[in-house]
Write a protein that binds this ligand. Structure first.
Ligand code: SF4
Ligand code: SF4
Length: 239
């Protein structure tokens, strides 16, 4: 069976939230949403998101690092959110493995959000139904789009290509190669959910620059026409 999924490279995610805003925009416009915003410009805004980026500081001061961690539904291969649903609204598509909610069947009981160990489901208080990432099911199955655009909005928007999309059951797919070659891992595998989404770990990069290797370049932007009134060059300025 095909199992579509995201692979997210934590080494290159810069936490810009382009994936969050493009997800919100696309899914508020298509049939798989909408994602409501309540009081968006008031003191107490609230709303539903399919995808959030959580930012953590890790390590101990002064040797700390900032980690940006995008998180959405992981489209588990053994999704505990599906069997708990009393109406069959929560289901996994047999053709591509995407986990979805049928809003017409959902009664808003929230059992699925209690069953999901990742906190990936969000309740739409206005529509009174449960919502979650659909992997942009309305884009990726739209054969009128060129194949290169049949990807989730977040994948297309990411400026650092931190998000890959494809079939994790195809050993030759871009996502499978990335998982295999870059140590891709699942989130909390001990829960037995077998998440389809994977993360690529951060890699330590050390750059050693010695003082005698630094070359000072005056006027690096080649703005030859700009002459300071005082006639000073950069080398004359105290730093
Ligand atoms: Fe279900 Fe949560 Fe897994 Fe998504 S991440 S398939 S909502 S258990
Ligand atoms: Fe099923 Fe909706 Fe209840 Fe979730 S909230 S378990 S999708 S009926």
């Amino acid at each position: 069976m095909t199992q579509l999924a995201l692979v997210i490279d934590l080494n290159v995610c810069v936490g810009c939230h382009a994936c969050v805003t493009s997800c919100k925009e696309w899914n508020s416009s298509g049939w798989a949403g909408p994602l409501p915003d309540h009081h968006p410009y008031d003191a107490d805004p609230s709303g539903t998101f399919f995808n959030r980026v959580q930012t953590y500081e890790i390590g101990e001061y002064p040797n700390t690092e900032t980690l940006h961690f995008p998180k959405s539904c992981l489209h588990c291969e053994e999704p505990p959110c599906v069997p708990v649903c009393p109406t069959g609204a929560s289901y996994k598509r047999p053709d591509n493995g995407v986990v979805l909610v049928d809003y017409d069947k959902c009664i808003g009981c929230k059992y699925c959000s209690w069953a999901c160990p990742y906190g990936a489901r969000e309740f739409d208080a206005r529509q009174r139904v449960m919502k979650k990432c659909t992997l942009c099911i309305d884009r990726i199955t739209d054969t009128r789009l060129p194949e290169s655009e049949r990807k989730p909005a977040c994948v297309l928007a990411c400026p650092t290509s931190a998000r890959l999309f494809g079939d994790v059951h195809d050993p030759d797919s871009e996502v499978s190669v990335a998982i295999r070659e870059q140590g891709g891992y699942q989130l909390m595998p001990e829960w037995g959910t077998n998440p389809s989404n994977h993360y690529l770990p951060r890699r330590k990069v050390r750059i050693h620059i010695h003082a005698d290797e630094l070359v000072r370049a005056d006027n690096p932007l080649k703005k030859e026409d700009i002459v300071r009134e005082t006639g000073e060059t950069l080398d004359d300025v105290a730093w």
